[in-house]
Ligand binder design. Structure first.
Ligand SMILES: Nc1ncnc2c1ncn2[C@@H]1O[C@H](COP(=O)(O)OP(=O)(O)O)[C@@H](O)[C@H]1O
Ligand SMILES: [Mg+2]
Length: 246
C-alpha cells in the first residue's frame, strides 16, 4: 500500500514494540501500522503473543520498549481509558460482560462512559444489536447468553464507542461454520459502516482468509511473515510454525 493513498487516513502503529515478562519475551520488536478502513489479520500459534500485542496497543500492557502511536502521536503511556477515549476499542477473548446487566445496557455503558447521553446510547446500542442479530436478546441478563452470543455483544460494545480502530481478539472462537459466516459478514462490514480500521485475531483460517486483505504472522513474539492471504498461506516459514506447534 502506498503512503500517498493513506496519507490523510488515521493510523495505529506499533513501532518496535516489545513486551517482556520475567524471562519471556512475549512480543519481540514488532512493527505494524493499521490504517483506517482496512482489515488486518493477526495470526500465529497459541502463545505467539497476539493478545499481548493487542494489550500493548490498547493500554492494557505497557510495552517494555518501543511505542504505540495514533496518527503519529505516542499513546503508549496512556491508560486503557485514555486510549479508548482516543477512539481505539477492543474485544476480549473472554466476554468480560456485566453478567447481571441486560444485554442492551452492557452495550450502552460503553457509549455512556464516553459521554453519550443515556437516550442516544440506548438508540445506538439497539441499532448495533439489531445489526448483530441480537435485538431479541436486548433485555435478557448478559450472563445467560451462550458463549458465541457473548462474543457478538463484545463486538457491539466495542463499536458503541464509535472507534476509529477496533481490535478483535478471536471473535469467532467456538463458533460453528454457519456462525463463522455471520461473523465474517459482520467484520467485513465494519470498515465501511463505522469508518474503522480493524485488527482481527483469529484461528479459523477460513475466516482470516475470507476477510483480511493483509496478514501479519507472529511466532514466539516475533514477526515471521507479512503479506496477502495467498502469500502467507504458501510461506514455508508459516507452514512450519503451525506444524511445529500442532
Ligand atoms: N501477564 C503475563 N505474565 C506472564 N506471561 C504472560 C502474561 N501474558 C501472557 N504471557 C505469556 O506470553 C506469551 C504470549 O501470550 P499471548 O499474547 O496470550 O499469546 P496468544 O494470544 O498469541 O495466544 C505466552 O507464553 C503467555 O504465557
Ligand atoms: Mg490470545
Amino acid at each position: 500500500m502506498s503512503d500517498t493513498v493513506n496519507s490523510n487516513r488515521q493510523t495505529l502503529e506499533a513501532r518496535q514494540v516489545s513486551v517482556r515478562f520475567e524471562g519471556l519475551t512475549a512480543v519481540d520488536t514488532v512493527e505494524e501500522t493499521l490504517h483506517q478502513g482496512e482489515i488486518l489479520g493477526l495470526i500465529g500459534p497459541n502463545g505467539a503473543g497476539k493478545t499481548t500485542l493487542v494489550n500493548a496497543m490498547t493500554g492494557f500492557q505497557a510495552p517494555s520498549s518501543g511505542d504505540v502511536l495514533l496518527s503519529g502521536k505516542v499513546i503508549s503511556k496512556l491508560t486503557p481509558h485514555g486510549i479508548r477515549r482516543r477512539g481505539i476499542a477492543r474485544t476480549f477473548q473472554a466476554g468480560r460482560l456485566f453478567r447481571e446487566m441486560p444485554v442492551s445496557e452492557n452495550v450502552e455503558v460503553a457509549a455512556v462512559s464516553l459521554g453519550y447521553s443515556r437516550r442516544k446510547a440506548h438508540a445506538h446500542a439497539m441499532e448495533l444489536l439489531n445489526w448483530l442479530g441480537l435485538d431479541d436478546r436486548a433485555d435478557v441478563p448478559a450472563g445467560i447468553l451462550p458463549y458465541t452470543d457473548e462474543r457478538r455483544v463484545g463486538i457491539a460494545r466495542a463499536l458503541a464507542m464509535r472507534p476509529q480502530f477496533v481490535l478483535l481478539d478471536e471473535p469467532a472462537a467456538g463458533m460453528s461454520d454457519l456462525e463463522c459466516d455471520d461473523i465474517m459478514q459482520v467484520v467485513r462490514e465494519i470498515p465501511e459502516r463505522f469508518g474503522c480500521g480493524v485488527l482481527l485475531i483469529e484461528h479459523n483460517m477460513r475466516v482470516i482468509m475470507g476477510v483480511c486483505a493483509r496478514i501479519h504472522v507472529l511466532d514466539s513474539g516475533k514477526t515471521i511473515a507479512r503479506g496477502t492471504p495467498t502469500e502467507v498461506q504458501n510461506d514455508p516459514v508459516v507452514i512450519n510454525a503451525y506444524l511445529g506447534h500442532s
